[in-house]
Design a binder for this molecule. Structure first.
Ligand SMILES: [Zn+2]
Length: 308
């Protein structure tokens, strides 16, 4: 059964997502026409034209082929998959294998990017990739609006005068960037958090996989964020909303929330949303005993090892 997506308005923006470590991570922001990781490609992401893939681990990337196939099936224009350049060919090969299996191709634009590179989403709106600290080639993405305002000292100039200045090569605008949203994928903390488009993002989707003391080693080994890291990180982030994603199932949500409350300042707690914290409408299915649960792979080694 497909995972039940959470839907929230965060900072005035609709977010639809599902994110649990080792299981599935998909975060759609329809108003920005962007989805961060496809997870298993739930129906909600199919109409979205731009799919950013943070890294190749199956719980984040499994739905790439299905996303492209479904877009074709429902008659949408080919989707665009944005992924680190080193993986672009892998995705092309994956789609070629699926084309053989299905007997027809699912068209898509596979766009490889590297740290700092931008992809235009629409006029004055770009997606900017940045390196994070997880597996090789793992990326985060920020959606950045570029605003241009006439320089105040030119306010009295007439249209023809401004045209003339432009002809002379004068930049008549003041340029400003507003980061509307940023997603860091799976990652340990690192300097990327202090890039302007990350630390100032209005809505920052930040993984926080582990919460308990016994999981500190696991967090370090798998290059994930432990809640204790937030104490150092949060005071340096300016965003209005920090959305925690990719929590482990090893710690119950209630316990994780209690630990969070005891770890971060009340002011920071105010701006934190846990994506998967939702009113429970349906009784939870019975948990499988530990021994029968599929091995969680969230402690994956970092170098092309088992996936997380
Ligand atoms: Zn991972």
């Amino acid at each position: 059964m497909a995972a039940q997506m959470v839907e929230k308005r965060i900072g005035g923006v609709k977010v639809q997502g599902y994110s649990l470590a080792g299981e599935e991570t998909v975060i759609a922001v329809p108003e920005l026409n962007v989805c961060f990781d496809p997870g298993r490609a739930p129906a909600e992401i199919i109409p979205i034209d731009n799919l950013c893939v943070s890294h190749g681990h199956m719980d984040h990337a499994a739905g790439v082929a299905y996303y492209l196939s479904q877009r074709s099936f429902v008659g949408n224009a080919p989707g665009r998959v944005i992924i680190h350049r080193r993986f672009a060919q892998d995705v092309q090969r994956l789609m070629a294998v699926w084309a053989d299996l299905e007997g027809h191709p699912s068209p898509g634009v596979i766009q490889g990017v590297v740290d700092g590179e931008e992809v235009t989403l629409r006029r004055n709106l770009v997606l900017r990739a940045f390196d994070v600290r997880h597996s090789d080639g793992a990326l985060g993405f920020a959606v950045v609006e570029k605003r241009h305002k006439l320089r105040p000292e030119l306010a009295e100039h007439t249209g023809p005068q401004l045209v003339e200045l432009k002809k002379q090569g004068v930049d008549i605008h003041v340029h400003r960037e507003v980061s509307l949203a940023a997603y860091c994928g799976d990652t340990a903390v690192g300097d990327y958090l202090y890039l302007d488009h990350v630390r100032n993002a209005r809505v920052l989707f930040l993984e926080c996989t582990f919460f308990t003391q016994e999981h500190v080693t696991r967090a370090r080994a798998g290059r994930h964020i432990h809640v204790r890291d937030l104490r150092e990180v949060l005071p340096r982030l300016n965003g209005e909303h920090i959305v925690l994603v990719h929590l482990t199932r090893r710690t119950g949500l209630g316990e994780a929330k209690a630990i969070l409350r005891n770890t971060v300042s009340p002011a920071d707690l105010e701006r934190i949303t846990i994506l998967m914290d939702r009113p429970r409408r349906h009784p939870r299915p019975p948990r499988q005993p530990e021994s029968r649960r599929p091995r969680s792979n969230e402690e994956a080694p970092t170098q092309r090892g088992p996936k997380s």
